[in-house]
Design a protein around this ligand. Sequence first.
Ligand code: FES
Length: 157
Amino acid sequence: QTASSPARSGDLLMYQEGPKKGQPVKAADLKEGVAVWAMAVDPATKKPRDAMKSGVVVVRLKPSEIKDSSKKNASGGVVAYSSVCTHQGCPVKEIGSLGQGKGNIICTCHGSIFDPRDNATVLGGPAPRRLAALPLKAGAGGDLMAAAEFTGKIGPK
Ligand code: FES
């Protein structure tokens, strides 16, 4: 782990927006197919290590749909990926509800589509690479935490 890592093993996932902003994300609170946006935060300071690159999209998947590529990084059926698009760095903002995007992570800037069941593989659009995965584990009280650093590069280039 390097000093510049935007997430490290043991970092807590905290809601980035909405009524639970600043609270830890728990696997049990999440509904299947619904994404929440969170930051990986240093448990000592409760602050993200990077204002942008510590951002993650967190999704609970149907257990039967999780591919082996995602299974190793999942905790309680929940997976997390960097929320920085690998195309031009927009924040990914949606889980699609229609067509090819259904159940997938979408970057609305230029329409890239990533499959959360398959390690955020690119299914469509201009993104050159998958989103980096953040391996998860459950901590005290079911709070989701990083089990390791992001696997792969965050954002463009
Ligand atoms: Fe995400 Fe272009 S920045 S598709």
